[in-house]
Write a protein that binds this ligand. Structure first.
Ligand code: CP3
Length: 334
């Protein structure tokens, strides 16, 4: 059984480390491929390159898990929306057309995303058996944010949400079905664990938290449980509501963000394997500072099943050498 599965299912206490955005712009070997492939969507849909990029951080740092190189926005893309990553201002999606969306069939959706499944197949063959291969989806709320352009910089456009709520809720239901199909396809292709990114959960007002965060995550986790697929949820930015989230959603794992106090998490988040927490900004600091901050997480979770990771993705300006030193520090920590 792969490392991550053993921790999530059997609650094994052993060392395990991987990083969100471990394959990405901070790696020169990634930038080299990226430069030759200006269209990000096409790059994600090139199975050989996707597999190669997925394995880059494993070769460099010998991490315990690989996460397939893809993006959460491939799902809206497969559901008919144009996705543009070209400017350095974050992704831009074409206007959501409900008619196009409702016409997409499971077969068409799977066909468009087939290169991702192929990339998983190839990668699983190339990856050592002891290592895990993680696949992922964006949680419905986080995808709806992009699909309906519901935020301006880091603020929710609450009026747009209110005005288009009936349509958004309707779309949410079909989106959940397609996300479950995408999970099933990725697992069938050979991934062992799924991570569910709800990166914008923290923007939700309390009154909408249940319908857009708790319920959809719960529905997807229940789907995973039926298929014996271990899942790790990452509802970023929800502060004290991590406790409710854990009680209701009941995923095998939860990734905490950098605002969550690890001591608090250890006491309040029961019957779940915790992952991450360390602020990726600390990796821009001198080594001693990184080690000091990392120690807090490693010490706190020493005798519990815990997956060492970050509170969000690695930043593009991170020095890969610091990542390597952090991995060694964690591995040698006694
Ligand atoms: O973690 C990994 O190494 C696997 C690959 C991965 C990517 N995106 C590749 C990527 C994963 C798991 C994601 C998830 C993702 N994508 C999320 C959830 C996690 C999070 O960061 O909050 C979100 C919100 C997205 C949407 C997205 N994709 C944004 C906002 C951007 C642009 C800003 C940014 O961070 O780069 C992307 C582009 C993207 N996705 C890049 C990579 C390596 C950079 C592409 C480039 O310009 O080279």
């Amino acid at each position: 059984m792969s490392n991550l599965k053993d921790i999530l299912i059997n609650k094994k206490t052993c060392k395990s480390v991987w990083f969100m955005r471990q394959a990405g712009r901070y790696l020169p070997e990634f930038r080299k491929i990226r430069q030759l492939n200006q269209n990000f969507i096409n790059l994600c849909l090139d199975s050989d390159l996707s597999s190669e990029i997925t394995l880059q951080p494993i070769k460099r740092f010998d991490l315990d898990s690989a996460i397939i190189f893809s993006d959460i926005l491939l799902v809206p893309y497969a559901l008919g929306q144009n996705v543009d990553f070209s400017k350095n201002k974050g992704p831009k999606l074409s206007k959501f057309e409900v008619k196009t969306f409702l016409k997409v069939t499971e077969k068409e959706f799977t066909k468009i995303l087939n290169p991702i499944y192929r990339a998983i197949e190839i990668t699983r063959k190339r990856l050592d058996e002891s290592k895990s291969l993680i696949s992922f989806i964006g949680a419905p709320w986080t995808l709806l944010i992009y699909m309906f352009d519901l935020k301006k910089e880091n603020e929710l456009k609450f009026e747009t949400l209110e005005k288009e709520k009936i349509e958004i809720l309707h779309v949410k239901e079909k989106l959940i079905n397609f996300l479950c199909i995408h999970i099933r396809n990725q697992i069938n292709a050979g991934s062992d664990v799924v991570q569910i990114f709800d990166s914008w959960a923290g923007l939700l007002p309390d009154e909408n938290f249940n319908e857009f965060c708790l319920e959809p995550n719960k529905e997807i986790v229940e789907f995973c449980k039926k298929g014996k697929i271990p899942s790790i949820c990452f509802p970023k930015g929800i502060k004290g509501k991590y406790e409710t989230f854990n009680k209701i959603v009941k995923s095998e794992g939860i990734n905490i963000d950098a605002d969550v106090d690890p001591e608090w998490a250890k006491q309040k988040l029961k019957n779940v394997v915790l992952q991450g927490g360390l602020n990726p900004k600390f990796l821009l600091d001198p080594e001693e500072h990184i080690f000091k901050k990392a120690t807090k997480y490693i010490e706190t979770f020493k005798d519990t099943p815990y997956i060492f990771n970050l509170g969000h993705g690695l930043l593009p300006q991170t020095d890969p050498d610091k990542v390597s030193k952090l991995v060694n520090f964690y591995r040698n920590f006694k």
